[in-house]
Write a protein of this length. Structure first.
Length: 131
């Protein structure tokens, strides 16, 4: 029996960036769930236990930013890989939990896919996207 593809939650409030990453991940074989804020992301994590990774921007509307979301996910869903990005050149990812990977903007979809594949393998998930 074939396992389902990994499910990734993308948390991004800029629609064009969200769609760009979503299409690239779907083309690579991932299932994508979207959230426009950290608050929406926390709801999605409760509704979708199949989520295996979260890719979030730092700056976004809502009660939490992406860095705080990374901490919440790391604590409440330790099996979920977390990638954080920011276009703010002054942002320092020092406060991110161990194991959370920071990717500065601009990034390439290829870099995100490679990193997700690596993080999912590290978390013990042998389900990789069909490249």
């Amino acid at each position: 029996m074939t396992r389902p593809p990994p499910t990734i939650l993308i948390v991004e409030d800029q629609p064009l960036l969200l769609i760009h990453v979503q299409f690239a991940l779907e083309d690579a074989g991932y299932v994508v769930i979207q959230a426009a804020s950290a608050d929406d992301a926390l709801v999605a994590l409760k509704r979708h236990p199949e989520i295996q990774a979260v890719f979030t921007d730092v700056a976004m509307p809502g009660t939490l930013d992406g860095a705080a979301l990374a901490v919440c996910v790391h604590e409440s869903h330790p099996h979920v890989a977390v990638l954080v990005t920011s276009g703010d050149q002054t942002y320092l990812p020092d406060g991110l939990p161990e194991g959370v990977h920071f990717i500065p903007k601009p990034y390439s979809a290829r870099d995100i896919i490679a990193l997700l594949t690596q993080k999912l393998a590290e978390s013990g998930d042998d389900r990789q996207a069909a490249s």
